[in-house]
Ligand binder design. Structure first.
Ligand SMILES: *Cc1c(COP(=O)(O)O)cnc(C)c1O
Length: 386
């Protein structure tokens, strides 16, 4: 029997939903206009984009006018953090974030340090959570922006966005949330949550790659300076010709998600439990993250085995070591190091991430493969991890 690929890397990217693809195809085939054009075809493209903003607005419970389209969460994070820090530099040059954020956030903050901003990196606890007390203690009178991710892409840990946002409101600090792993997967009600800026991306919730959005709350003081300059589209906040078909696809992904978040979560909980039950008997296993985290992600380290070898031994199961964005480097995951894991523990980490199409049979196969792979690698090189 030829082995079928088993894709357990939904945190890196998800398959495009059939209704999303259908919508994108319809739009791509029926409207070739530049949505910036004022003729009838251009106006139709604008209507398609407005409809997508409506769909995304309903998912997030916000006014569609608060949505700015971008190329993905990397750009949204850069625009939110760089754009608001620079806009409010007169208010203070102190910024707060965490070491466990995505590179699109941490590297933007590093860039701002070079521009003369000062960053406080809040320490997570051993599970990866930041407590409201620790967070509040990091804020100063000259703090103008804090950025904390909703669901961690490596561990699945869910931060208490409501509590952290409330502290920011009290202290008049802008609050940005990287919601790339949360939107479309957990209920995210921006009508109720004290969040000023939220980044998201289509391909993490069954939409297309290359399209994302930044929510910018309609509140006084909540403004961003552009990081791109050009034709003045999207009120100059993010110029550039909008890809009508991708925008329509993201809108449809939001509409589909809105109808099935609870059912998806139930499915994911069952899968994660089966996966964990299937591997928990392995000696020297450590769970990275929080048992109450997002059920689509299970990250585990194991003693005396090296992650890259484990990854190869797990084939045809596709999983991630550290995070997909870091797996080209041999450096242990900086996220797991920040949780206090040793280099060796971080190096052996495997992130399983499951989604809508994952079956029970697939996770059971993956668990068996994991048990066998660990046993095999230990036999090959007993106790020998360089
Ligand atoms: C995937 C991801 C990003 C980057 O999104 P792109 O669409 O690939 O730019 C940013 N933050 C988090 C938490 C992510 O998971």
């Amino acid at each position: 029997m030829t082995e079928r690929r088993i894709y357990l890397d939904y945190a890196a990217s998800t398959p495009v939903n059939a209704r999303v693809l259908e919508r994108m195809r319809d739009v791509a085939l029926s409207n070739c206009a530049n949505p910036s054009s004022t003729h009838a075809a251009g106006r139709e493209a604008q209507d398609i984009i407005a409809a997508a903003a409506g769909q995304l607005g309903r998912l997030l419970n916000v006014d569609p006018d608060t949505v700015v389209w971008t190329s993905g969460a990397t750009e949204s994070d850069n625009l939110a953090i760089g754009g608001s820090a620079r806009h409010r530099a007169h208010r203070g040059r102190h910024l707060v974030t965490m070491k466990t954020e995505h590179k699109a956030v941490t590297d933007m903050f590093e860039a701002l340090v070079k521009e003369g901003f000062e960053v406080t990196w809040v320490e997570p606890d051993g599970n990866g959570l930041v407590s409201p007390e620790v967070f509040a203690a990091a804020l100063r009178d000259d703090t103008q922006l804090a950025s904390i991710m909703f669901v961690n892409n490596e561990t699945g840990v869910i931060q208490d966005i409501e509590a952290l946002g409330a502290i920011c409101r009290e202290r008049d600090v802008l609050f940005h949330v990287d919601g790339a792993q949360a939107v479309g997967k957990l209920p995210v009600d921006l009508g109720a949550l004290p969040v000023d800026l939220l980044s998201l991306t289509g391909h993490k919730f069954y939409g297309p790659k290359g399209i994302g959005a930044l929510y910018i709350a309609n509140r006084p003081g909540c403004r961003v300076e552009p990081i791109l300059f050009g034709g003045g589209q999207q009120r100059r906040i993010r110029p550039g010709t909008l890809p009508t078909d991708l925008v329509a696809g993201l809108g449809m992904a939001a509409e589909v998600a809105a109808t099935r978040i609870e059912a998806d979560l139930k499915h994911l909980r069952g899968l994660r439990k089966a996966l964990w039950d299937g591997i928990r008997s392995v000696d020297g296993l450590t769970l990275n993250g929080d048992p109450d985290g997002f059920p689509g992600i299970l990250n585990v380290s194991v003693e005396d085995v090296e992650g890259e070898s484990l990854l190869l031994a797990l084939e045809p199961v596709c999983v991630a070591t550290g995070s997909a964005c870091n797996s080209k480097s041999q450096e242990p995951s900086y996220v797991l190091r920040a949780l206090g894991r040793s280099d060796l523990q971080a190096q052996s980490a495997i992130r399983f991430s499951v989604g809508r199409q994952t079956t029970m049979e697939e996770v059971e196969f993956a668990a068996a493969r994991y048990r066998d792979a660990v046993a095999r690698l230990r036999k090959l090189a007993p106790g020998a991890v360089a």
